[in-house]
Design a binder for this molecule. Structure first.
Ligand code: GLN
Ligand code: ZN
Length: 769
């Protein structure tokens, strides 16, 4: 076997988030473009140096970005939406597309496949006339060649199928646009060849999704097959490595890809079942096989026994002649979904009682894993065991010794019955018993109120130990009192405490549960300059104390109106964390659900009559293949119901969802059996609401009456109009009035003005009923 090592993408914010800070300074006009680019280039060059030092034979380059790689391709392919075309300067246009400008709304963002990274969604209509704009890309590739050599630097190109497949298409067909774009790609490949490059990675992750099946003909046209040469593989001087990730390939797509003229096919062997495909169908002898064997989305080190099993299967394929001798070991996907390095986690490393750091593996450590896997694979032949494998095995043994299974948690999971998942009474029976003091069209908010500098300062002082816990709580209680006072004064009906004690809706709960660990520097890019630091599930999850009761009690003591107990749902907590890899996501969700279930009971005991369980991330955990969606949605719904069904019939259970289109999982949303669903709606027209109606949603709904992402105060008439539209869809008894999402990012004056208008509009609409 001839085994090389390759990477297919790297983190790009910088070990110390240098790029984030430089971007923010540039936007505030504190540094020049040149200074911004200097920072960007030095981060990128450092990335190359690290990969080079780790012995990577071919390094994916050109994936670096100032904001988002899809947005870069929108610029490079000349597919900017027409509203930005008047902005001549490339950089200004680029950031305008990402962040908007007065009068020109930004492009939409959405999740990159099933990851937590957001990309800028291309918008393509019949006016789209692609044109090559590759100057800065080619400069970047030239810098990479200078640093790494033309054989080691492999440009990463987002393929046309993925680019168009992820776009919003308006009055145009996917295949027409792909055809239009092909010439631009051909032009790019010519330029790349002129630089002396001999291979490109064309990333086509769209092929693993259900959409891939509809692209067979386009695969042949672009990459060859069925007797066609393939437009993008027509020139022998430039080899194409077709890269897919995030799941396995469907058999027909696999056959199309294998039958193409590409020189290499790279696949994800950590998700889906590509290995079984190799065993049954083999792999063409004329191509290099890209073996994505190191999980690029897992923060955990590999499990030596599992990996050995896998490598034996690969070796078996090789021995039986099913796969060629040229193999490239690589991460399963770009490493930009991981933090930079475990070395920066001083606290975790010092915490030997936890034993966690030795089993963690971030981007830098994944590079070492690649070499370890190479060694593992070559040692298989001599059946000697590799030192690194032994070392990693010991680390895992140590970890399991220090963090044993919590048997009571598992006993509780096995004893879950169907009745634990259903409310004591049907909606029609329980609804009349709930919130009896809330008349028709009750007004409410989603949970958070403005997080002011004062609150942030307060939190910092508490964390650094400058103020005591009781002083901190006293200050938090003042904020709660203020929030309640504002809502009382505005005449809102169902109140919230305002979440001043929470930095983040997931981190807050993770900190209260036993079994979560936290990093100091484990940042991953969420979008643009925004990074998140997801908590790590390291052990079975348990609730040691109640988590939200104190703040609820404080708030409820200040008002006769109902205050919502405010919780983050199990699926969202899980999806926004780094999960364990050796325990199913379902079991982890159920563990969190059991903790939340106990919290709901405690809130009820403390007098809470309305519980809100937010699930904004329910949709984003959905698998990429249609046939896998039901299984996911089933356990996701079960986890939500396990958390909430314990509520008494008299307790009104709310949920809230946002950040996504929910129209393709309406059955699941209905199955949650929440009494009220306050759902983001303002930006999507009323499509969401209409889809709910069409699906026969019979419970209460709170479609967002205004968009909270903008500081603009909605006029009374705008909200009235919205409410009238809602009322044309559903009866007033079923309607709750609220904004689109939490108000934490807004300032107080606009918050008060907007809510006042919302209440006024509601009164006026009510008086006309
Ligand atoms: N209750 C949360 C808040 O209002 C919900 C946030 C969210 O949906 N992302 O902040
Ligand atoms: Zn929201």
């Amino acid at each position: 076997m001839e085994i090389s090592v390759e990477t297919i993408g790297f983190p790009r914010v910088g070990e110390a988030r240098q790029l984030k800070y430089a971007l923010e300074k540039y936007w505030r006009q504190q540094i020049s473009l040149e200074e911004l680019l200097n920072t960007a280039n030095s981060v990128e060059e450092q990335n190359w140096r690290v990969q080079l030092a780790a012995g990577v034979d071919r390094i994916g380059v050109g994936d670096f970005t100032l904001y988002d790689h899809m947005l870069d391709w929108t610029m490079r392919l000349g597919c900017e939406p027409s509203r930005f075309k008047s902005i001549e300067d490339d950089t200004d246009r680029y950031f305008a597309m990402a962040r908007g400008r007065t009068g020109i709304p930004a492009m939409d963002m959405t999740k990159w496949f099933d990851t937590n990274y957001h990309y800028e969604v291309p918008e393509i209509d019949q006016d789209c006339s692609p044109r090559a704009n590759f100057t800065s890309f080619l400069e970047e590739i030239t810098r990479a060649i200078d640093a790494l050599g033309s054989q080691r630097a492999v440009p990463i190109v987002i393929g046309p199928l993925t680019y168009v497949g992820l776009s919003k298409l308006k009055n145009v067909s996917l295949s027409d646009i792909v055809k239009k774009l092909t010439n631009v790609y051909v032009e790019l490949f010519e330029h790349i060849m002129k630089l002396g490059v001999t291979e490109v990675q064309v990333h086509e992750p769209i092929l693993v999704t259900s959409k891939g099946l509809g692209m067979l003909e386009m695969i042949a046209a672009l990459y060859g097959g069925d007797g066609t040469r393939g437009v993008l593989t027509a020139d022998d001087r430039l080899a194409v490595d077709l890269v897919t990730y995030f799941d396995g390939l469907d058999e027909r797509v696999y056959r199309a890809v294998c039958g193409s003229n590409v020189a290499a096919v790279s696949m994800d062997f950590t998700r889906g079942d590509n290995i079984a495909m190799l065993e049954t169908s083999g792999f063409p002898a004329d191509k290099r096989l890209g073996l994505g064997a190191v999980d690029g989305r897992s923060i955990w080190k590999f499990h030596p026994d599992e990996l050995t099993q896998f490598l034996k299967r690969v070796d078996g394929c090789f021995r039986s002649g099913k796969i060629p001798s040229k193999i490239s070991l690589q991460p399963s996907c770009s490493l930009h979904h991981l933090p930079y390095t475990v070395e920066a986690e001083v606290s975790l490393k010092q915490n030997e009682e936890l034993g966690l750091a030795p089993v963690l593996s971030f981007a830098y450590e994944k590079l070492s894993e690649l070499t370890a896997v190479r060694e593992g694979l070559s040692k298989l032949e001599s059946s000697a065991s590799s030192d690194v494998f032994c070392e990693v095995r010991e680390s895992w043994e140590g970890f399991y010794r220090l963090n044993p299974k919590k048997q009571p948690v598992w006993d509780r999971i096995t004893s879950i019955t169907a009745s634990d998942l259903s409310r004591p009474e049907q909606f029609s029976d329980r609804r009349p018993k709930q919130m009896t003091d809330c008349h028709i069209l009750p007004t409410t908010t989603i949970g958070s109120f403005p997080q002011t500098d004062e609150i942030r300062r307060l939190r910092r002082r508490f964390i650094s130990g400058t103020i005591s816990k009781s002083d901190y709580e006293t200050e938090i209680d003042k904020q709660i009192a203020y929030n309640i006072g504002v809502q009382e004064a505005l005449g809102i009906d169902i109140l919230v405490h305002g979440e001043p004690e929470r930095t983040d809706m997931v981190e807050y709960f993770a900190q209260k549960l036993d079994g979560f660990a936290f990093t100091q520097n484990g940042w991953v890019q969420s979008y643009g300059s925004r990074c998140v630091r997801p908590p790590i599930v390291y052990s079975d999850l348990t609730r040691l104390h109640d988590m939200t009761v104190r703040e609820f009690v404080v708030a409820q003591s200040l008002t006769h109106k109902p205050v919502k107990g405010m919780l983050t749902g199990p699926v969202t907590i899980l999806n926004w964390s780094f999960p364990r890899k050796d325990i199913s996501r379902k079991d982890q969700a159920l563990q969190i659900a059991l903790c939340l279930r106990d919290e709901v009971s405690d809130l009820e005991r403390a007098g809470c009559r309305v519980v809100q369980m937010d699930e904004p991330a329910l949709r984003e955990g959905m698998p990429l293949k249609d046939h896998k969606k039901d299984v996911y949605l089933q356990w996701a719904v079960d986890a939500f119901k396990l958390s909430t069904a314990v509520a008494k019939a008299e307790t009104s259970v709310h949920t809230h969802m946002c950040y996504a289109e929910f129209t393709d999982c309406l059955d699941a949303i209905m199955a949650l059996d929440a009494d009220v669903n306050s759902i983001e709606n303002a930006r999507s027209g009323n499509e969401t609401l209409e889809a709910f109606k069409k699906a026969g949603y019979g419970k209460d709904l709170g479609p967002g009456t205004y968009d909270i992402h903008s500081p603009v105060v909605p006029a009374v008439t705008d909200i009235q109009q919205k409410l009238q539209e809602f009322l044309s869809c559903m009866p007033p008894e079923q309607l709750v009035v609220n904004p689109d999402c939490g108000l934490k990012t807004r300032k107080w004056p606009e918050t008060i003005a907007a809510l006042r208008n919302m209440v006024t509009a509601t009164h006026q609409v009510k008086s006309q009923l």
